[in-house]
Design a protein around this ligand. Structure first.
Ligand code: BJW
Ligand code: ZN
Length: 247
């Protein structure tokens, strides 16, 4: 199932970095973006997930985000999230970098989490930048306003927008110094997130991918483990626990 190389690298690792994507939450019932049942099959990113779309039709964009945040509130983290939360305790340094906006990693108990693309359960003012967790106001009033009069928008990162710089800096730093890097449940299409496994590899880390299918990065990584993260991650954690207990 897992190569001896991966297990030995993990056993000896001091620092581990993990990048997760929508695939990790798929088994919780949260749709992914790409692929047959992906969100982008039904909705065009430029019509709903861009600042231009938002400014042109905030009601429509809020409707979409309110519905998605409602689904996320109703769903729960799965066994893959739980396994990653447990894995954090195995290593002196463990950084969980996620592209996901659902907040599931923290809900599952992970502590050192870097959210690259924001969090759908929060909103922020386009004018003064103040944040709010009252995303529900997006449902009560479709175009909620900040106290300063600016428009509140979902606190996520749309295409063409910069990622939060402090978070991105920490993600690059963790990727550069880690001994093992795991890329899990991401198509690796979106940058700069997809650059992180490459940065880790170039810096000498052992880089493995766990995904339902091969990705654009697979050929450049040390190994790809094909399977569902909700099944593979608990198995990997169980094997690691055994290895660590035996030493
Ligand atoms: C399973 C599974 C199971 C299923 N188990 N696996 C370099 C090269 C080319 C382009 C660029 C570049 N640098 C920047 C760009 C432009 C752009 C970009 O990357 N474009 C490419 C798509 C071509 N990037 C940006 O615009 C970024 N901003 C930026 O770079 O700013 C620069 C700047 C600086 C200064 C000033 C101004 C600008 C921003 C990117 C923002 C991405 N936002 C979104 C939406 C978030 C909000 C929302 O939720 O609505 O983030 S897009 C969407 O894609 C979302 C995701 O986080 C992201 C990644 O998707 P992910 O997670 O990989 O999901 P999927 O669906 O693609 O893949 C799931 C995978 O899981 C699949 O492989 C399945 O097989 C697998 N799977 N079930 C395991 N159970
Ligand atoms: Zn404001």
């Amino acid at each position: 199932m897992f190569s001896d190389r991966l297990l030995q690298h993990l056993k000896n690792a001091r620092s581990v970095a993990v990048l997760t994507g929508a695939g990790v939450s798929a088994e919780s019932g949260v749709p992914t973006f790409r692929g047959e049942d992906g969100l982008w099959k039904k909705f065009k990113p430029e019509e709903l997930a861009s600042i231009d779309a938002f400014m042109a039709n905030p009601d429509l964009v809020w409707e979409w985000y309110s519905e998605r945040s409602r689904i996320i509130r109703e769903k729960a983290p799965n066994s893959g999230h739980a396994a990653l939360a447990e894995m954090e305790s195995f290593f002196p340094e463990f950084t969980l970098i996620t592209q996901n906006v659902d907040g599931f990693h923290r809900r599952a108990g992970s502590r050192n989490v870097l959210e690259l693309h924001g969090n759908i359960l929060f909103s922020r003012c386009v004018r003064c930048g103040v944040k709010s967790d009252k995303v529900e106001s997006g449902m009560d009033r479709k175009d909620p306003l900040c106290a300063c009069g600016g428009r509140m928008r979902p606190d996520v990162v749309w295409f063409g927008e910069p990622l939060p710089q402090d978070v991105l800096k920490k993600a690059f730093a963790a990727s550069e110094i880690c001994d093992v890097f795991l890329s899990i449940g991401t198509s690796a299409f979106v940058h700069p997130a997809a650059t992180l496994p490459v940065v880790a590899k170039q810096a000498g880390a052992y880089v493995a991918e766990i995904n339902s299918e091969r990705t654009v990065l697979s050929d450049d990584l040390d190994e790809t483990i094909l399977g569902k993260s909700g099944e593979m991650l608990p198995r990997l954690v169980a094997e690691l626990r055994n290895l660590i207990d035996r030493t």
